[in-house]
Ligand binder design. Structure first.
Ligand code: FAD
Ligand code: DHB
Length: 393
């Protein structure tokens, strides 16, 4: 098989890229190791930055999002049992975020691409990349996990294959630098069949630490609490989970949290990670393959899409005008945004979580940071601009 661009991974990075390339008249095939069902059912991120919402609409993918998603003008920050509304739209000249779950975005991207003749091959195995330091890179793979060996020959390979995929590992270790930070806490996430308890997302730092109240629909709520990243979910009965949500979200003004049956629960570790550069020869890496942010602030999915917007533009110029300068600058341009998202996610994470390894002094500083957002317009604008999505450089 021969195609202009071979993409590994049908997550947000790979699928948005396939759409953007199609719009630019560039041929691409997407290889995905999981089944379509698994890709479409995995519960992950929930918040779309304002420009991702616009991009979905430009790609003709906005219809269900506008019907089922929820536009939010702001978020609530809570500490010392008191709430503070951050008026994101007011602070950013009218920009708003959309709560529309990652798996719904993926369903829309997959259905639309397949309906318009796009090729996404699910359940591939043995994916490996070769020839990236020459002009004829290729991807070897097997259909259905262990079918006969097949090859996609292409001009460029894109590793949009997440943190554990082969993309990043194909860059020789001596030619990349990796920057890591592991946090001493994880998130316990639940989906609860309950009505909404509050009109917007609440990020709270209280008593035993962080909690986040988010939503999926009027009947289904997505919520997280900080926990030990090595804890076993079996140690968390539904009763214990609700007790912690009540403690961390409690206020003194009579508000109450509405409980409901927990239909899904799991624990994820929190880490920050960046790989530099995001390119080697004819291989480009994008999204979680190149960087991870802790989820506080909801940057992971949005950053993955930002990478492929830059990459798609560069590839379009390469095929339209034969220019390679944008491709050469891909990594440097992306990394400027990546490090700002890393900074913001780290700031939100350290400010909002209780870290037993920190001194009392450092813990007090986090509350000063929160109070600064309440009292300083400059601090509030900074948080709001980062949350809603920074402009492209
Ligand atoms: P991915 O979505 O990981 O997609 C990569 C794809 O590549 C996967 O489908 C994978 O199956 C495929 N793949 C891997 N190896 C191969 C191979 N060898 N061959 C073919 N295909 C391969 N972000 C937030 O903002 N908020 C959240 O609440 C949040 N929660 C998260 C919870 C979990 C459990 C995880 C893992 C991530 C979470 N994130 C969250 C982060 C966000 O979901 C990611 O940043 C986003 O999915 C990145 O998109 P991506 O396309 O780069 O990678
Ligand atoms: C959600 C996840 C986040 O990481 C976040 O900061 C806000 C919302 C969510 O899953 O809804």
């Amino acid at each position: 098989m021969r195609v202009q661009v071979g993409i590994i991974g049908a997550g947000p990075a790979g699928l948005f890229l396939a759409h953007l390339l199609h719009r630019a008249g560039i041929g691409a095939v997407v290889l995905e190791s999981r089944s379509r069902h698994e890709v479409e059912e995995t519960v992950r991120a929930g918040v779309l930055e304002h420009w991702v919402v616009e991009l979905m609409q430009q790609l003709g993918l906005g219809e269900r999002m506008l019907r089922e998603g929820h536009v939010h003008d702001g978020i609530t920050l809570q500490w010392n049992r008191a709430r503070h509304h951050l008026d994101i739209a007011g602070l950013t000249g009218g920009k708003r975020i959309m709560v529309y779950p990652q798996q719904e975005v993926l369903k829309d991207l997959i259905a639309h691409r397949l309906a318009h003749g796009g090729e996404i091959i699910f359940e591939v195995g043995g994916t490996s990349i070769r020839g990236i330091d020459g002009d004829h890179p290729a991807i070897d793979f097997r259909r259905d996990g262990n079918g006969p060996a097949e090859t996609i020959e292409c001009d460029y390979v894109v590793g949009a294959d997440g943190f554990h995929g082969p993309g990043r590992q194909t860059i020789p270790a001596a030619r990349r630098s990796e920057y890591h930070k592991v946090y001493p806490f994880g998130w316990l996430g639940i989906l609860a069949r309950a009505p909404r308890s509050w009109h917007e997302l609440i990020y709270t730092h209280q008593q035993d630490g962080f909690a986040l109240l988010s939503t999926r629909s009027p009947e289904l709520q997505r919520m997280y609490i900080q926990c030990d990243p090595n804890d076993d979910i079996a140690n968390w009965s539904d009763g214990r989970i609700w007790e912690q949500f009540h403690a961390r979200l409690g206020t003194d003004d009579g508000w109450s949290l509405t409980e409901g049956p927990i239909v899904q629960k799991g624990i994820i570790p929190l880490r920050s990670f960046v790989c530099e550069p995001m390119q080697f020869g004819r291989l480009y890496i994008a999204g979680d393959a190149a960087h991870i942010v802790p989820p506080t602030g909801a940057k992971g999915l949005n950053l993955a899409v930002a990478d492929v917007v830059v990459l798609a533009r560069a590839l379009a110029e390469r095929y339209r005008a034969g220019r390679v300068d944008l491709l050469e600058r891909y990594s440097a341009v992306c990394l400027r945004r990546v490090w700002k998202a890393e900074r913001f996610s780290w700031y939100m994470t350290t400010m909002l979580h209780r870290n037993e390894n920190e001194s009392d002094f450092e813990q007090r500083i986090h509350f000063a940071d929160l109070d600064l957002v309440r009292t300083s317009r400059a601090s509030a604008v900074s948080l709001a601009e980062n949350y809603v999505g920074l402009p492209f450089d």
